[in-house]
Design a protein around this ligand. Structure first.
Ligand code: C2O
Ligand code: CU
Ligand code: CU
Length: 461
C-alpha cells in the first residue's frame, strides 16, 4: 500500500494532485508521452435511432482508441481525467512495475477530476490486452471506459490485417439511454447483464475484409458481467492464443468460452467470394446471436493459414511445482454484509461477497492486510475454491499463472491472468512470484468486485 504519511510529508499543505505521483512520474513533463488518453463524458450513437447520453470514453469524441505497443519497448501514456469524478487506469494483463498498475491507494492515488498522471512501462509480453479504470469501476466501465491494447511481437507473424474486437454490452432502454446500471438482486447472484450487444461500440457491425486474406481477430470481452461462448462460423478460423498467450497447437475457433476480462486471438482465412459471410456468434440458451459480420471484398488474395509463423511463447517463468507452497482461497458470500465505506472511487452500497471470509471494504486509503504474502522468486500453487453457485472470473494483477487442475473438468495448461472459476469448482493454478508489490486479486464480474469479492496479494521484494 502507499505510505500516506510520506505523501503528506512530500506535499505539505500546498500539494496538488498532479504532484503526487509517488513511485511514478507527474504528468507535467516537458516531452510529450508516446500516447495520450483523455477520460471524458460524451454522447454517442450506439442504437440506430438514438444518441446515448452520458457515456464515458478514453477519447472526447468516440470509442476508446486501440493502444498499440511493441513487446519489450518502453512506452509512456499521459492520462488526463476530464470526467467530473476521480479515476485511475489499469493495464489488464501487463506484468509491469507495481507503481504503474493503476489501482487506487494500493499503487497510486486516484487521478482526481481535472488532473493528469503519466504512466511509463515496458510490456514484457506480446498479445491482446485491455485497459479500464480501477475507480468507480461499475459505473465508469458500464458507461464505456473499456479499451483494447495490442502488444506486437518482435517478429511479424505475417497477417494481412490485425483487427481488435472490443466485445461488450451496454444497459440501454428502448430510447437508447442508460437504465439502472445494476440490480442489487443480480449483483448478489451472477451479475446484471446488459441489453444491447456491441463490437467496437457498434450494434450488428458488418466489417469488410479483403477476400482470401489472413486476418488476426483479437476478441476482447470487456463487458462488466457476461460470461459467453463464441463461435466463428464461415471461412477457415483457428484459435491461436488465449489471454495473450499462444496455444501450443491451434484449436478450432468454436466454443470459445470467455468471461469478463478474457481475450482470444483467432487466425481467420477470409473466404474467396463476397457471398460467404463470416460471423462472430455469441451462443445463448435462448438463441444464438450474431454480434459481428465480416464480408469478403474484392479479388481473392489467395493466402493460406499455413503461411503464418507460429506465435512465440511469452517469457513467463514456469513454476517449480515440486517445491511450490500451496495457498488456499475461498470465494464465498460475505459473512456480515455490512455496507461498504464511502470512497472517492464509489461504492454500490452493498456487500455480498468475500475472499477467505473477508469482504473488501472498498477503495480506501487503508492500510489493509494482504490476503497472502509471497516471497520474491518462489513458486506457489493457489487453490481457488468457489463455494458459491455462481461463476467468478478470478483475476490477478502483476503476474501470470498457469492452470493446473480442476475438480470438475479437464483444464488445458494455459497461462493467463484471468481464470473462470465455475460454480462450486476448485481449481489449482501456479505461479512464480517474480514481480514485487501489492497486486489486486478480484472477480472480474464488476458487481462482485465492488460488493466484496476483492483483495490483494503481496509479493515481498
Ligand atoms: Cu481488469 Cu483489477 O482488473
Ligand atoms: Cu488487471
Ligand atoms: Cu464473481
Amino acid at each position: 500500500m502507499l505510505d500516506l504519511s510520506r505523501r503528506e510529508f512530500l506535499l505539505g499543505s500546498a500539494g496538488t494532485a498532479a504532484a503526487f505521483a509517488i513511485g511514478g512520474v507527474a504528468a507535467s513533463h516537458a516531452a510529450a508521452a508516446d500516447h495520450a488518453l483523455t477520460l471524458a463524458s460524451l454522447d454517442h450513437r450506439i442504437m440506430p435511432d438514438a444518441i446515448t447520453k452520458n457515456m464515458m470514453s478514453f477519447s472526447p469524441d468516440g470509442p476508446p482508441p486501440v493502444l498499440r505497443f511493441k513487446q519489450g519497448q518502453k512506452t509512456s501514456i499521459d492520462v488526463t481525467n476530464n470526467l467530473d469524478e476521480a479515476s485511475v487506469v489499469h493495464w489488464h494483463g501487463f506484468r509491469i512495475a507495481n507503481a504503474m498498475d493503476g489501482v487506487p491507494y494500493l499503487t497510486q492515488y486516484p487521478i482526481e477530476a481535472g488532473q493528469s498522471f503519466r504512466y511509463e512501462f515496458t510490456p514484457p509480453d506480446a498479445g491482446t490486452y485491455w485497459y479500464h479504470p480501477h475507480c468507480n469501476t461499475l459505473e465508469q466501465m458500464a458507461r464505456g471506459l473499456t479499451g483494447v491494447m495490442v502488444v506486437e511481437e518482435e517478429e511479424d507473424p505475417g497477417f494481412d490485417r490485425d483487427l481488435p474486437l472490443n466485445i461488450r454490452d451496454f444497459r440501454l432502454g428502448g430510447d437508447g439511454q442508460f437504465i439502472s446500471l445494476f440490480k442489487p438482486r443480480s449483483a448478489a447472484r451472477s451479475g446484471t447483464l446488459g441489453t444491447v450487444s456491441t463490437v467496437n461500440w457498434e450494434m450488428d457491425p458488418v466489417l469488410e475484409l479483403e477476400a482470401g486474406s489472413l486476418v488476426r481477430l483479437r476478441l476482447a470481452v470487456t463487458d462488466v458481467t457476461r460470461v459467453g461462448t463464441y463461435d466463428i462460423t464461415g471461412g477457415e478460423a483457428q484459435l491461436i492464443a488465449l489471454d495473450s498467450n499462444p496455444l501450443p497447437e491451434p484449436l478450432p475457433a468454436t466454443d470459445i468460452l470467455l468471461s469478463p476480462g478474457q481475450r482470444a486471438d483467432v487466425a481467420l482465412r477470409v473466404p474467396d467470394s463476397e457471398e460467404e459471410i463470416v460471423n462472430l456468434v455469441l451462443k445463448r440458451s435462448n438463441g444464438n446471436r450474431v454480434v459481428a459480420r465480416f464480408r469478403p471484398k474484392g479479388p481473392s488474395a489467395r493466402r493460406d493459414l499455413r503461411e503464418l509463423k507460429p506465435l512465440p511463447q511469452n517469457p513467463v517463468m514456469l513454476p517449480d511445482l515440486k517445491n511450490a507452497e500451496v495457498m488456499e482461497f475461498v470465494f464465498g458470500w460475505s459473512p456480515e454484509g455490512d455496507a461498504p465505506q464511502s470512497s472517492l472511487c464509489g461504492t454500490l452500497g452493498y456487500t455480498f461477497w468475500s475472499i477467505n471470509r473477508k469482504a473488501w471494504p472498498g477503495d480506501l486509503p487503508g492500510p489493509f492486510d494482504p490476503l497472502a504474502t509471497m516471497k520474491m522468486g518462489k513458486s506457489y500453487i493457489l487453490r481457488l475454491r468457489n463455494e458459491t453457485p455462481n461463476d467468478h472470473p478470478i483475476h490477478l494483477h502483476g503476474v501470470s499463472f498457469q492452470l493446473l487442475r480442476s475438480n470438475k473438468r479437464k483444464l488445458p495448461p494455459l497461462i493467463t491472468d484471468t481464470a473462470l472459476l465455475q460454480k462450486e469448482e476448485t481449481m489449482d493454478v501456479a505461479l512464480v512470484a517474480d514481480n514485487p508489490g501489492d497486486w489486486a486479486f478480484h472477480c472480474h464480474v464488476i458487481e462482485h468486485q465492488k460488493t466484496g469479492l476483492a483483495g490483494f496479494l503481496r509479493i515481498e521484494g
